[in-house]
Design a protein around this ligand. Sequence first.
Ligand SMILES: *Cc1c(COP(=O)(O)O)cnc(C)c1O
Length: 391
Amino acid sequence: MDISEILFHLGEDRSEYYNAVSPAIMQSSMFHFNSVNDMRSKLQHELEHPFYTRGYNPTVAQLRKKLAALEGAEDALVFSSGSAAVAAAVMSIAKNGDHIVCVTKPYSWTTKLLSHYLNSYGVEVSYIDGTVANNYAIATKENTVLYYLESPNSLTFELQDIAAVAQIAKSKGIATIIDNSAATPLYQQPIAMGIDLVVHSGTKYFNGHSDVVCGVVCGSHERIKTMMAKEYMTLGAIMSPIEAWMVMRGLRTWELRVEKSAENAAKVVAFLENHAGIEKLNYPFSKHHPQQELARKQMKNCSGLFSIYLNAKSIAQAEVFTDSLKHFLIAASWGSYESLVFPVSALWGSQNYTNPDLPWNMVRLYIGIESVDWLIDDLDQALNKMLAYSE
Ligand SMILES: *Cc1c(COP(=O)(O)O)cnc(C)c1O
């Protein structure tokens, strides 16, 4: 299906709402029936028809259709956050007594889920260096039920060979989940490479306007149907109809935004790679990235997210860079219209992110859709201020 068909028409039966071009928002917690018989028959299909909004809502269902189609999946569920989506996906597969093999350093709250939460429900996890696909096979035990991937990872940008890991999993009857937030389905299609479930933080590129927190799980009808009846309706981390509508509005420009952000980022990277203020840079398509070949094999392009190591002798000097930026907001998220800077040293001393195991001179940059020269000038002046700094 053409991407324009997905973004602008799929799931939108406009005759259902007066031929309005923009979809109606079904802001209703429940839907009524004309008779007992009518109710009884609709209840046979609660997961496909309006009954109660914790299970099915027509506006949310429109968004599900579009997101599933973008990933090339049969179906999708949307959640009130990316973390809720990750939790539902993992819990739909791993039960008491099961073992998970997970790539090292996944998203911080994924680590919390696996190591500090599900362990109390009898789920065991091993972290492996995912840059070697066979490490998944090596770490597999008799009770392994799930391989968890995040490629590229959203702080250090290591990749996993997705097709190779999926193949190992299939040969052993093990399920696979990938967090595809960083690459987006525009640049990477894990389902086509054999992955079972794709999870996203829709807060990032899908919504893209820094005003909604959202999560997505994409997969087969079978897996989504089971997840809906269990984790989705039980944990109840659903997206409200009005927020689903907002994400759909964000999606209208999704392709444009991701392309512009990626194009800007490539130009910024080319500038930074030759700057004296940069020691090293993590960007999968860079000629210095150790997995550049794999990146170009499984990704159509890199999105606007990458990290840098500043050429600074102290934290104080490194922080001059971040504090001197005028056009980048200091913030944690990414994927919207505006450029952001996330200094790793800010995590130190925080309760939720102790020992991040990352170097103090690392800073993550997200490049938005602004004029790229305006951003480059800003980075240049901030790096030069940092270089001129003396204790
Ligand atoms: C932000 C993020 C998440 C979590 O999503 P929320 O919407 O913040 O709950 C998961 N994975 C990655 C890679 C992320 O960047």
